[in-house]
Design a protein around this ligand. Structure first.
Ligand code: FE2
Ligand code: FE2
Length: 343
Protein backbone atom coordinates (compact mmCIF):
# COMPACT_ATOMS: atom_id res chain seq x y z
CA UNK A 1 0.00 0.00 0.00
CA UNK A 2 1.24 3.51 -0.79
CA UNK A 3 2.21 5.63 2.18
CA UNK A 4 -0.96 7.41 3.18
CA UNK A 5 -2.80 7.91 6.43
CA UNK A 6 -4.12 4.68 7.87
CA UNK A 7 -7.29 4.62 9.91
CA UNK A 8 -8.42 2.18 12.55
CA UNK A 9 -11.72 0.30 12.48
CA UNK A 10 -12.93 2.51 15.35
CA UNK A 11 -12.22 5.67 13.31
CA UNK A 12 -13.82 4.17 10.21
CA UNK A 13 -16.98 3.24 12.10
CA UNK A 14 -17.52 6.87 13.05
CA UNK A 15 -16.92 8.18 9.48
CA UNK A 16 -19.86 9.49 7.49
CA UNK A 17 -21.06 8.41 4.06
CA UNK A 18 -18.62 8.74 1.12
CA UNK A 19 -15.52 9.06 3.34
CA UNK A 20 -12.53 7.11 2.03
CA UNK A 21 -10.19 5.08 4.20
CA UNK A 22 -7.14 2.84 4.29
CA UNK A 23 -6.82 0.14 6.88
CA UNK A 24 -4.49 -2.67 7.93
CA UNK A 25 -6.41 -5.52 9.54
CA UNK A 26 -6.66 -9.29 9.91
CA UNK A 27 -9.37 -11.18 8.02
CA UNK A 28 -11.87 -12.87 10.35
CA UNK A 29 -14.18 -14.25 7.70
CA UNK A 30 -14.40 -14.26 3.96
CA UNK A 31 -17.09 -15.69 1.76
CA UNK A 32 -17.70 -15.40 -1.95
CA UNK A 33 -21.22 -14.65 -3.18
CA UNK A 34 -22.95 -13.70 -6.43
CA UNK A 35 -24.31 -10.21 -7.12
CA UNK A 36 -27.56 -9.70 -9.04
CA UNK A 37 -25.66 -9.88 -12.35
CA UNK A 38 -24.14 -13.21 -11.39
CA UNK A 39 -20.66 -11.78 -10.74
CA UNK A 40 -18.59 -12.81 -7.76
CA UNK A 41 -18.26 -10.48 -4.76
CA UNK A 42 -16.68 -11.07 -1.36
CA UNK A 43 -18.14 -10.53 2.10
CA UNK A 44 -15.18 -9.77 4.33
CA UNK A 45 -15.06 -9.33 8.11
CA UNK A 46 -11.82 -7.81 9.38
CA UNK A 47 -10.38 -7.01 12.80
CA UNK A 48 -7.72 -4.63 14.05
CA UNK A 49 -6.65 -3.79 17.59
CA UNK A 50 -9.65 -1.44 18.00
CA UNK A 51 -12.50 -3.54 16.73
CA UNK A 52 -14.05 -5.06 13.65
CA UNK A 53 -15.84 -4.01 10.49
CA UNK A 54 -17.57 -6.00 7.82
CA UNK A 55 -17.65 -4.96 4.19
CA UNK A 56 -17.92 -6.03 0.60
CA UNK A 57 -15.35 -6.28 -2.16
CA UNK A 58 -17.51 -6.02 -5.29
CA UNK A 59 -16.62 -7.63 -8.60
CA UNK A 60 -14.71 -4.52 -9.72
CA UNK A 61 -12.46 -4.50 -6.61
CA UNK A 62 -8.71 -4.76 -7.15
CA UNK A 63 -6.87 -7.66 -5.54
CA UNK A 64 -3.14 -7.49 -4.88
CA UNK A 65 -0.49 -9.85 -3.62
CA UNK A 66 1.99 -7.51 -1.92
CA UNK A 67 4.10 -10.09 -0.12
CA UNK A 68 7.06 -9.20 -2.39
CA UNK A 69 6.78 -7.14 -5.56
CA UNK A 70 3.17 -5.92 -5.89
CA UNK A 71 1.28 -8.24 -8.19
CA UNK A 72 -2.29 -7.57 -9.26
CA UNK A 73 -4.52 -10.62 -9.24
CA UNK A 74 -7.66 -10.86 -11.31
CA UNK A 75 -9.74 -13.20 -9.20
CA UNK A 76 -8.70 -14.24 -5.68
CA UNK A 77 -9.94 -17.77 -6.40
CA UNK A 78 -7.26 -18.09 -9.12
CA UNK A 79 -4.41 -17.25 -6.76
CA UNK A 80 -3.59 -19.82 -4.06
CA UNK A 81 -2.46 -17.30 -1.44
CA UNK A 82 -5.57 -15.13 -1.82
CA UNK A 83 -8.02 -18.02 -1.77
CA UNK A 84 -8.03 -18.31 2.00
CA UNK A 85 -7.33 -15.01 3.71
CA UNK A 86 -8.71 -15.87 7.17
CA UNK A 87 -6.12 -15.10 9.84
CA UNK A 88 -3.93 -13.07 7.45
CA UNK A 89 -3.09 -9.37 7.50
CA UNK A 90 -4.53 -7.42 4.58
CA UNK A 91 -4.42 -3.80 3.46
CA UNK A 92 -7.79 -2.38 2.47
CA UNK A 93 -8.71 0.74 0.56
CA UNK A 94 -12.37 1.52 0.89
CA UNK A 95 -15.24 3.91 1.15
CA UNK A 96 -18.22 4.32 3.45
CA UNK A 97 -21.56 3.75 1.74
CA UNK A 98 -25.13 3.51 2.97
CA UNK A 99 -27.68 0.76 2.42
CA UNK A 100 -31.21 0.89 3.84
CA UNK A 101 -30.18 3.52 6.37
CA UNK A 102 -27.27 1.45 7.74
CA UNK A 103 -23.61 2.19 7.14
CA UNK A 104 -21.90 -0.18 4.76
CA UNK A 105 -18.26 -0.46 3.82
CA UNK A 106 -17.01 -1.12 0.31
CA UNK A 107 -13.48 -2.44 -0.04
CA UNK A 108 -12.24 -1.21 -3.44
CA UNK A 109 -8.78 -2.74 -3.13
CA UNK A 110 -7.66 -5.71 -1.05
CA UNK A 111 -3.93 -6.44 -0.63
CA UNK A 112 -2.40 -9.50 0.95
CA UNK A 113 0.50 -8.09 2.99
CA UNK A 114 3.86 -9.64 3.81
CA UNK A 115 2.93 -11.58 6.97
CA UNK A 116 6.43 -11.33 8.47
CA UNK A 117 6.45 -7.52 8.18
CA UNK A 118 2.79 -7.22 9.26
CA UNK A 119 2.34 -10.11 11.72
CA UNK A 120 -1.37 -10.86 12.26
CA UNK A 121 -1.10 -11.06 16.09
CA UNK A 122 -0.11 -7.35 16.10
CA UNK A 123 -3.43 -6.37 14.51
CA UNK A 124 -5.91 -8.44 16.46
CA UNK A 125 -8.12 -7.00 19.13
CA UNK A 126 -7.41 -7.68 22.79
CA UNK A 127 -9.44 -7.02 25.90
CA UNK A 128 -9.24 -3.31 26.77
CA UNK A 129 -8.60 -4.36 30.39
CA UNK A 130 -4.94 -5.24 31.04
CA UNK A 131 -4.32 -8.96 31.51
CA UNK A 132 -2.68 -8.47 34.94
CA UNK A 133 -5.77 -6.58 36.20
CA UNK A 134 -8.13 -9.33 35.04
CA UNK A 135 -5.88 -12.03 36.48
CA UNK A 136 -5.78 -10.29 39.86
CA UNK A 137 -9.56 -9.83 39.87
CA UNK A 138 -10.09 -13.50 38.96
CA UNK A 139 -7.80 -14.59 41.81
CA UNK A 140 -9.57 -12.21 44.24
CA UNK A 141 -12.90 -13.80 43.32
CA UNK A 142 -11.45 -17.29 43.67
CA UNK A 143 -10.11 -16.23 47.06
CA UNK A 144 -13.65 -15.48 48.25
CA UNK A 145 -14.45 -19.20 48.14
CA UNK A 146 -13.94 -21.43 51.18
CA UNK A 147 -11.16 -24.03 51.10
CA UNK A 148 -13.15 -26.97 49.65
CA UNK A 149 -14.34 -24.91 46.68
CA UNK A 150 -11.10 -23.02 46.22
CA UNK A 151 -9.22 -26.30 46.03
CA UNK A 152 -11.42 -27.49 43.18
CA UNK A 153 -11.17 -24.19 41.24
CA UNK A 154 -7.41 -24.24 41.71
CA UNK A 155 -7.39 -27.82 40.35
CA UNK A 156 -9.45 -26.86 37.27
CA UNK A 157 -7.73 -23.63 36.29
CA UNK A 158 -4.15 -24.17 37.44
CA UNK A 159 -3.30 -27.79 38.19
CA UNK A 160 -4.95 -28.96 34.96
CA UNK A 161 -2.95 -26.26 33.12
CA UNK A 162 -5.97 -24.52 31.63
CA UNK A 163 -4.98 -21.03 32.76
CA UNK A 164 -2.74 -20.10 29.80
CA UNK A 165 -5.45 -20.86 27.27
CA UNK A 166 -8.25 -19.53 29.52
CA UNK A 167 -6.71 -16.07 29.76
CA UNK A 168 -6.22 -15.76 25.97
CA UNK A 169 -9.53 -17.33 24.93
CA UNK A 170 -12.21 -15.14 23.29
CA UNK A 171 -15.76 -15.24 24.69
CA UNK A 172 -17.29 -15.44 21.21
CA UNK A 173 -16.57 -15.23 17.51
CA UNK A 174 -18.65 -12.11 16.95
CA UNK A 175 -21.43 -11.33 19.43
CA UNK A 176 -19.54 -10.16 22.51
CA UNK A 177 -15.97 -10.03 23.87
CA UNK A 178 -14.81 -11.61 20.59
CA UNK A 179 -11.13 -10.91 21.12
CA UNK A 180 -8.05 -12.18 22.91
CA UNK A 181 -8.75 -12.16 26.67
CA UNK A 182 -12.51 -11.76 26.14
CA UNK A 183 -13.46 -14.90 28.08
CA UNK A 184 -11.51 -13.83 31.18
CA UNK A 185 -12.96 -10.29 31.01
CA UNK A 186 -16.51 -11.67 30.64
CA UNK A 187 -16.03 -14.32 33.35
CA UNK A 188 -14.79 -11.75 35.90
CA UNK A 189 -17.70 -9.41 35.07
CA UNK A 190 -20.28 -12.22 35.39
CA UNK A 191 -18.84 -13.40 38.71
CA UNK A 192 -18.87 -9.85 40.12
CA UNK A 193 -22.41 -9.13 38.96
CA UNK A 194 -23.72 -12.52 40.15
CA UNK A 195 -22.12 -11.92 43.54
CA UNK A 196 -23.81 -8.52 43.83
CA UNK A 197 -27.16 -10.04 42.85
CA UNK A 198 -27.05 -12.76 45.54
CA UNK A 199 -25.82 -10.29 48.16
CA UNK A 200 -28.65 -7.88 47.32
CA UNK A 201 -31.05 -10.85 47.29
CA UNK A 202 -29.88 -11.94 50.74
CA UNK A 203 -30.54 -8.41 52.04
CA UNK A 204 -34.06 -8.71 50.64
CA UNK A 205 -34.57 -12.05 52.40
CA UNK A 206 -33.61 -14.49 49.62
CA UNK A 207 -30.91 -16.72 51.00
CA UNK A 208 -28.26 -17.94 48.57
CA UNK A 209 -24.72 -19.24 48.76
CA UNK A 210 -22.31 -16.53 47.61
CA UNK A 211 -19.32 -18.83 47.14
CA UNK A 212 -21.24 -21.42 45.07
CA UNK A 213 -22.52 -18.52 42.92
CA UNK A 214 -19.01 -17.12 42.41
CA UNK A 215 -17.51 -20.56 41.72
CA UNK A 216 -20.33 -21.37 39.26
CA UNK A 217 -19.78 -18.03 37.50
CA UNK A 218 -16.03 -18.63 37.18
CA UNK A 219 -16.78 -22.04 35.63
CA UNK A 220 -19.87 -21.18 33.58
CA UNK A 221 -18.20 -20.75 30.15
CA UNK A 222 -15.39 -23.28 30.59
CA UNK A 223 -16.56 -25.04 27.39
CA UNK A 224 -15.49 -22.01 25.35
CA UNK A 225 -11.90 -23.20 25.71
CA UNK A 226 -12.72 -25.89 23.16
CA UNK A 227 -15.49 -24.06 21.30
CA UNK A 228 -13.21 -21.31 19.97
CA UNK A 229 -9.73 -21.12 18.59
CA UNK A 230 -7.50 -18.12 17.86
CA UNK A 231 -6.04 -18.06 14.34
CA UNK A 232 -5.21 -15.34 15.69
CA UNK A 233 -8.76 -14.09 15.05
CA UNK A 234 -11.43 -16.05 16.96
CA UNK A 235 -12.98 -18.89 14.98
CA UNK A 236 -15.49 -21.55 16.00
CA UNK A 237 -14.22 -25.12 16.20
CA UNK A 238 -16.10 -28.17 14.94
CA UNK A 239 -16.87 -29.14 18.56
CA UNK A 240 -18.03 -25.58 19.31
CA UNK A 241 -20.36 -25.64 16.32
CA UNK A 242 -21.86 -29.10 16.80
CA UNK A 243 -21.56 -29.77 20.54
CA UNK A 244 -21.79 -26.14 21.79
CA UNK A 245 -19.90 -24.69 24.73
CA UNK A 246 -22.55 -25.64 27.30
CA UNK A 247 -22.31 -29.37 26.55
CA UNK A 248 -18.51 -29.18 26.19
CA UNK A 249 -18.22 -27.23 29.45
CA UNK A 250 -20.43 -29.63 31.37
CA UNK A 251 -18.42 -32.60 30.07
CA UNK A 252 -15.11 -31.02 31.08
CA UNK A 253 -16.52 -30.03 34.47
CA UNK A 254 -17.90 -33.51 35.13
CA UNK A 255 -14.67 -35.31 34.29
CA UNK A 256 -12.57 -32.90 36.37
CA UNK A 257 -15.01 -33.05 39.30
CA UNK A 258 -14.80 -36.89 39.27
CA UNK A 259 -11.03 -36.81 39.02
CA UNK A 260 -10.80 -34.33 41.89
CA UNK A 261 -13.40 -36.15 43.99
CA UNK A 262 -15.69 -33.14 44.34
CA UNK A 263 -18.40 -33.48 46.96
CA UNK A 264 -21.62 -34.76 45.30
CA UNK A 265 -23.85 -31.88 46.43
CA UNK A 266 -21.37 -29.31 45.12
CA UNK A 267 -21.06 -31.27 41.89
CA UNK A 268 -24.84 -31.09 41.41
CA UNK A 269 -25.06 -27.39 42.35
CA UNK A 270 -22.18 -26.25 40.10
CA UNK A 271 -23.18 -28.55 37.24
CA UNK A 272 -26.68 -27.06 37.36
CA UNK A 273 -25.25 -23.51 37.12
CA UNK A 274 -23.14 -24.43 34.07
CA UNK A 275 -25.88 -26.25 32.23
CA UNK A 276 -28.67 -23.71 32.89
CA UNK A 277 -26.70 -20.49 32.43
CA UNK A 278 -28.24 -19.50 29.09
CA UNK A 279 -31.55 -19.19 30.91
CA UNK A 280 -33.88 -20.85 28.41
CA UNK A 281 -34.05 -23.79 26.03
CA UNK A 282 -34.05 -21.64 22.86
CA UNK A 283 -30.62 -20.34 23.86
CA UNK A 284 -29.17 -23.80 24.40
CA UNK A 285 -29.76 -24.62 28.07
CA UNK A 286 -31.57 -27.96 28.47
CA UNK A 287 -32.83 -26.99 31.92
CA UNK A 288 -33.86 -23.60 33.29
CA UNK A 289 -32.06 -22.06 36.29
CA UNK A 290 -33.76 -23.55 39.33
CA UNK A 291 -31.70 -22.22 42.28
CA UNK A 292 -30.99 -18.63 43.38
CA UNK A 293 -27.31 -19.21 42.55
CA UNK A 294 -28.08 -20.42 39.00
CA UNK A 295 -30.61 -17.61 38.48
CA UNK A 296 -28.00 -15.07 39.56
CA UNK A 297 -25.31 -16.43 37.20
CA UNK A 298 -27.74 -16.63 34.28
CA UNK A 299 -29.00 -13.06 34.91
CA UNK A 300 -25.43 -11.77 35.24
CA UNK A 301 -24.41 -13.55 32.03
CA UNK A 302 -27.29 -11.96 30.12
CA UNK A 303 -26.61 -8.56 31.70
CA UNK A 304 -22.93 -8.58 30.77
CA UNK A 305 -23.79 -9.58 27.20
CA UNK A 306 -26.40 -6.80 26.84
CA UNK A 307 -24.22 -4.15 28.44
CA UNK A 308 -21.34 -5.11 26.16
CA UNK A 309 -23.60 -4.75 23.10
CA UNK A 310 -24.91 -1.40 24.37
CA UNK A 311 -21.40 -0.04 24.99
CA UNK A 312 -20.11 -1.31 21.67
CA UNK A 313 -23.06 0.24 19.79
CA UNK A 314 -23.02 3.68 21.42
CA UNK A 315 -19.24 3.97 21.11
CA UNK A 316 -19.58 3.53 17.36
CA UNK A 317 -22.14 6.31 16.96
CA UNK A 318 -21.29 9.61 15.31
CA UNK A 319 -21.48 12.80 17.39
CA UNK A 320 -25.03 14.01 17.88
CA UNK A 321 -26.75 10.70 17.15
CA UNK A 322 -29.07 9.28 19.79
CA UNK A 323 -30.28 6.06 18.15
CA UNK A 324 -27.77 3.34 17.28
CA UNK A 325 -27.77 1.14 14.17
CA UNK A 326 -29.70 -2.09 14.70
CA UNK A 327 -27.62 -4.44 16.85
CA UNK A 328 -28.28 -7.94 15.50
CA UNK A 329 -26.68 -9.71 18.48
CA UNK A 330 -28.94 -7.99 21.02
CA UNK A 331 -31.87 -7.70 18.56
CA UNK A 332 -32.49 -3.99 19.24
CA UNK A 333 -31.30 -0.46 18.67
CA UNK A 334 -29.66 1.22 21.64
CA UNK A 335 -30.29 4.71 22.95
CA UNK A 336 -27.42 7.06 23.73
CA UNK A 337 -29.39 9.12 26.15
CA UNK A 338 -28.55 12.64 27.19
CA UNK A 339 -28.19 12.59 30.96
CA UNK A 340 -31.76 11.98 32.09
CA UNK A 341 -31.47 13.99 35.31
CA UNK A 342 -29.77 17.00 33.68
CA UNK A 343 -26.47 16.49 35.50
FE1 FE2 B 1 -22.36 -19.24 27.79
FE1 FE2 C 1 -21.12 -16.35 29.54
Amino acid sequence: MEEQQLYTTREIRSMSKDCKFKLLAVVMKSSVKKDKNGRNYWDLGVMDSEGTIEGKAWSNAQWWDRRDEPLQVKEPSEHDELKDLVGKTVGLVGQVAEFKGQQQYNFNAVSLMNQASYPPHRYVQRSPVPEETLEREFLDLLGLCPEHLRGFLDFVFFRKNLWESFKDCPAAVSHHHAYVGGLLEHTVAVARMARSIVEAGAAAGYEADVSVTVAGALLHDLGKLEAYRLTPVPVMTVAGTFHDHIAIGYGKFESMAREYGLDERLFLALGHIIISHHGCREYGSPVLPATPEAMAVSAADEMDFRLFCWKNSVEQMEEGREISDFNHSAQRRFWRQESANGV
